[in-house]
Write a protein that binds this ligand. Sequence first.
Ligand code: SOE
Length: 385
Amino acid sequence: MSTPLNIGMIGYGFMGRAHSNAYRQVNQFFQREYRPVLKACCARKKDKIKAFAENWGYESYETDWRNLIARDDIDVIDVGSPNNTHKEIVLEAARAGKMILCEKPLAMNVAEAEEMCAAVEKAGVANMVWFNYRRVPAISLAKQVVDEGRVGKPFHYRATYLQDWTIATDVPQGGAALWRLDAAVAGSGVTGDLLAHSIDTAEWLNGPIARVTAATETFVKERTHAETGKVQPVGIDDACMFLAVFENGSMGTFESTRYARGRKNYNTFELNGDAGSVFFDLEDPQYLQYFKYADPASGQKIESHLTGWQKIHVTNPEHPYMDAWWVPGCTIGYEHTFINALADFLESLETKKPVQPDFKSGLRTQKVCEAVLDSAKTGKWVEIK
Ligand code: SOE
């Protein structure tokens, strides 16, 4: 027996594909009571969404998201459209009592995210933000290592998120896949798009960030807008660096850019504590690196002439999510992080325990992003409230 869960997917870009793939595969690998059904997808351009529906096997399509939300045969609204559409869709979906899965960042700013949080809480509907990197098995293992006390008292958190796809001055802003360069649509540049991931991971592993100080830069000041054809000022941050102090007293550095030649999706973090350290690099995603200095139970130092970093190939069945996948040594990839996230969401519907990260957690990340952008403007430290 399984219970169908009718999906209404909004958006057909990179995330529309990643999420649709997850809906199609999740029950093949995870035993879950709920079974996503690709009921309908939605976007404004009829030819594009029709082709998308046919390719992924959606039963139907809509060209107005309001019609999708109004349908009685839709249980879940998945918001995979650009950031400036999230709020309106979420408020309407919550009013209609739909469950909501929303792409990151949750919103354009804190004010929007607060409204969205209040709406899902008032409606009492299940909600999740697709911060998929928590579901990289090596990152989930890092969380386990931290929770087991193997890092001990934390001192330093170091995150980088580097890409290189906007260096050319003739990359237009706006339109199709390039909306991430348009501040009116994206809200911000690398801060909301890339550092939101780093912040979500950092707070999950190392607890809340108390305060930040930041600097941002926009290297290319004007770009042609793909939709208007006009050369317009660029409003996004191309690069952002910030210092953070965590509530647990540790210090953090965060660096993000789309101008790091040769870095394609270089999302790394390192956490150093008195008992050990962990390091992860998304361009080498099946490994977690771990340095063990002391035994977590006794605190006794075990470092010797043979101590060194362990490079753990996270593919054994005892590793997070891996018992659902292949035999030891066979790796999984980017798309599986969305499938793992969805498996957790479906499980939460059975256990009735809210899945993480939910909208409240997405709001928290939004607060850190906004504090970073405020600090970059004023040059001052900003407390996260
Ligand atoms: C930007 O290039 C991007 O696609 C982000 O929007 C995603 O969230 C990130 O995971 C990969 O890079």
